[in-house]
Design a protein around this ligand. Structure first.
Ligand SMILES: [Ca+2]
Length: 490
């Protein structure tokens, strides 16, 4: 009796418990499915603005990107915080303004960068694949990526974050015929743009060179579109499209003068399309403001890391002797999922471009764009050797000398800049009618002026600190040698 009692009370329940645990281990995932964390894919068109069919651009031939917009959300007001490659990417990957961390000059070299969001994703178990461009204004930290191999041929293990950057549409391909021909080799005659039919922005001269540059740019965007189609097909063929968030954007506006390198709409406005099956309604349109600075915290939120996690500070090596003992936390807000926060303004900055110094700051609300020229004594049209190679820039200068430019086209060659610029971007999308002195717009001018002052203060904008001082403080390396020849050439 005693043995039977022990069996019944101790051993049998033990076996039952074991069997019950075994049953749960085998069948629980089937009975209560837990949704796996999504894969994330970023597709970036180099120097690609929102000149896409889905953005209402009748000149564009972009069927794959248009389809992606029909299957996801199209964001109408997404902007980079910096209208040029490296400062733009440094903010994308750190979630911090280049003007805060010291990557605001194009180019420069930050000595002790803050954590990249990709390294944080890796800590959360994500596999990070980042083939191609790593133009961050700092050396790639060892913990940033798992792989730099081409993941579009062999899918990484899940969950993954995978990046792809199509350089086809970079400004150099507009003017370098060997590159242009290579990237557009697969375009059909019907996909090629006729220069005679291109719409020329009112600030550029209507010259054959400008029309040719524009047509080439649109051809290159179509070439990017082909590659976007291949990536989407690959995700579908691999059976992961339904659990993959696809984010499509550019790195800043198109590579033409007064677009790339300028904080106007033409330089900062970028496409943003996000497809997230089951979470984003197909064909939806988001009209709220989104900044590139929001991308890093949003990716962390997609990976299931709560917003407050991202608000922790990251210690910087160097301690009290370096410019900052602590880097500030990620500065953006989340724009996808339940933690979404709507922002009131986006901010953008332009500092030294290659060998040429300037300092401009901008703040934009949904309707108005305010620019402050800290170096108003300098003209817009300072020479930047790399930009001077573009046929549009050359003919623009030539027509200026020849007295062939009209009012809007001449603005770029004014000997000085106004201290402030204000544009109603709904009424004046090309930003050629400065409203800073308009009596009717003084309230909005004051509002945006104050918003910019607050941002400069709160984000510890380093723009006022001379680069030599940043070098002395040990924040960045001296890269001036790189541009010495160009200065001499001028
Ligand atoms: Ca770029």
């Amino acid at each position: 009796m005693a043995v039977a009692f022990v069996l019944q009370r101790r051993i049998i329940p033990g076996v039952r418990r074991f069997l019950a645990i075994l049953f749960l281990a085998i069948f629980a995932p089937l009975a209560w499915p837990v949704e796996p964390r999504p894969n994330i894919v970023w597709i970036v068109g180099e120097d690609m603005g929102p000149e896409l069919g889905c953005y209402g651009d009748a000149q564009a031939i972009t069927p794959n990107m248009d389809r992606l917009a029909r299957e996801g959300a199209r964001f109408t007001r997404c902007f980079t915080h910096a209208p040029v490659c490296a400062p733009s990417r440094s903010g994308l990957i750190t979630g911090q303004y280049p003007t805060t961390i010291g990557t605001h000059h194009m180019r420069s070299k930050l000595i002790a960068p803050p954590a990249t969001f990709t390294s944080l994703l890796r800590k959360e178990g994500y596999f990070v694949a980042w083939p191609g461009k790593t133009d961050f204004n700092f050396d790639v930290p060892k913990d940033a990526f798992d792989s730099t191999a081409d993941w579009t041929r062999k899918l990484p293990r899940q969950p993954f974050f995978a990046y792809v950057n199509f350089v086809d549409s970079h400004e150099s391909s507009i003017r370098m015929m060997d590159k242009f021909e290579r990237f557009t080799a697969n375009l059909t005659p019907a996909e090629r743009h006729d220069p005679a039919k291109m719409a020329v922005p009112p600030y550029h001269p209507d010259a054959p060179e400008v029309r040719r540059d524009l047509a080439n740019y649109y051809d290159l965007v179509t070439a990017v579109d082909h590659k976007v189609g291949e990536v989407l097909k690959f995700l579908e063929a691999q059976g992961v499209a339904s659990n993959t968030v696809v984010v499509l954007t550019g790195d800043h506006g198109r590579g033409l003068p007064r677009s790339k390198r300028w904080v106007y709409e033409s330089g900062t406005h970028v496409p943003l399309i996000v497809r997230w099956p089951g979470h984003i309604k197909p064909g939806s349109v988001r009209e709220d403001l989104v900044s590139f600075i929001d991308f890093a915290p949003t990716m962390m939120a997609l990976a299931g890391v709560a917003g407050p996690e991202m608000k922790k500070t990251t210690r910087v090596p160097g301690g009290a002797d370096s410019a900052y003992e602590f880097y500030p936390p990620m500065q953006g807000v989340v724009f996808l999922g339940p933690e979404t926060q709507e922002r009131k303004y986006i901010f953008a900055a332009r500092d030294r471009m290659d060998e040429t110094y300037d300092r401009i700051r901008a703040v934009r609300s949904k309707q108005f764009h305010y620019l402050r020229n800290f170096e108003s004594q300098l003209p817009y049209a300072q020479r930047i050797a790399y930009m001077e190679e573009m046929p549009t820039m050359q003919v623009w200068r030539r027509w200026n000398v020849e007295g062939k430019l009209n009012g809007a086209q001449k603005l770029f060659f004014a000997p000085t800049k106004p201290r402030e610029e204000l544009y109603d971007v709904d009424a004046d999308p090309h930003e050629i009618h400065n409203l800073a002195d308009s009596p009717k717009h003084q309230a909005v001018l004051k509002e945006l002026r104050a918003a910019l002052d607050k941002w400069i203060d709160e984000t510890h904008d380093l723009g006022a600190v001379p680069e030599a001082e940043l070098i002395k403080r040990g924040l960045v390396r001296d890269v001036s040698e790189r541009y010495a020849d160009r200065r001499k050439a001028d």
